[in-house]
Design a protein around this ligand. Sequence first.
Ligand SMILES: [Zn+2]
Length: 218
Amino acid sequence: MQALLESFQKTLHVQFSRMSCQTLYNAIASVDQRNGSLLAELILHCLSLGLESELERLTGQIMIDTLESPVNIFEDICLPTLKLLARKSDEKNNVVQNPIVQRPFQMVLSAFVVQFVRAEPAAPKNWSQPLVPGYCTCKDCIDMNSFLAHPSQQVSRFRMGEGRRRHLESQAAGYGVKCNTDRSGSPHTLVITKTRDLYKKAYLAWKTRRADAKKTFE
Ligand SMILES: [Zn+2]
């Protein structure tokens, strides 16, 4: 029995030192998608067999890799694993309270909040907006970018022929401005008005991510 245990210990030691969390994730996901029971079982077995250093290596690996991993590793593996461990914990065998398990998972949870929810977008302090791509160096784009960068000017008028107006309008699309054409006079005038759309979009996306994270933790 001791020899078997030692051999198992050695195998785990070799496996964990070679295995990245992504590999582990792929291996687990292929047979146990969005369940986490395999990882939870592995942790419970390691604890019951007294394989603490192997467990530390496993949870340490999860922690290190999750800090740089896509959110799906957290959602598909770490959280279901934690939930299962919590369900299987009892007063005698409180796995979640074991520092070997607790420490890395706490770090994983904070990493998830930092990576996924991220900081609340700051409300704009003035009317300076992101510039349109710098690949076009025509005079009209340069003028439009000076207007976009201006901290207090909210509206600008570009009186020019249709082709140039269309060029500016297409360049500005998606950059948080509203374009209207003033048809009085010839040529017509493209009126560009800055909006708070980019901030509103970023804020809404952040609120959604925060709500999703809250749901995930419930
Ligand atoms: Zn241009």
